[in-house]
Design a protein around this ligand. Structure first.
Ligand code: AMP
Ligand code: ZN
Length: 111
């Protein structure tokens, strides 16, 4: 089972900030910004590239959760970034689709 599925099943600890029937959000263990949260579907999907017409609502649902959390955390006005890495060149480390929510500082764009 992947590490994010273990977090979903409470077999691994995490700092949860949001949970509903289908999604979970928790703090990134190695934050790259003052606010760094990961939003995941409870369904195990490995890649962004696995998203198609049948499951595209997952991307929208995660974005809505990111917006809600950004508001709660007070970064909705200052700005924030959402990010999904897909595959090796993007640096994907965990193969369970996740949306990063980053904020709390002025960010640069680097590749
Ligand atoms: P990515 O490079 O897009 O696959 O991002 C994976 C992210 O998961 C990284 O930012 C890691 O710091 C984070 N991460 C890995 N393991 C854990 C964990 N057990 N709890 C919270 N975040 C984690
Ligand atoms: Zn998984």
């Amino acid at each position: 089972m992947c590490i994010f599925c273990k977090i979903i099943n409470n077999e691994m600890p995490s700092s949860k900030v949001y949970e509903d029937k289908n999604y979970l959000a928790f703090k990134d263990i190695n934050p790259k910004a003052p606010i760094h949260i990961l939003i995941i579907p409870k369904q195990h999907i490995e890649y962004l590239s696995d998203i198609d017409d049948s499951n595209k609502h997952i991307i929208g649902d995660m974005a809505i959760i990111a917006n809600k959390l950004a508001k709660e955390l007070g970064i909705d006005k200052s700005g924030y970034r959402i990010l999904i890495n897909n595959g090796e060149d993007a640096g994907q480390e965990v193969f369970h689709i996740h949306m990063h929510l980053l904020g709390g500082k002025k960010m640069k764009f680097s590749v």
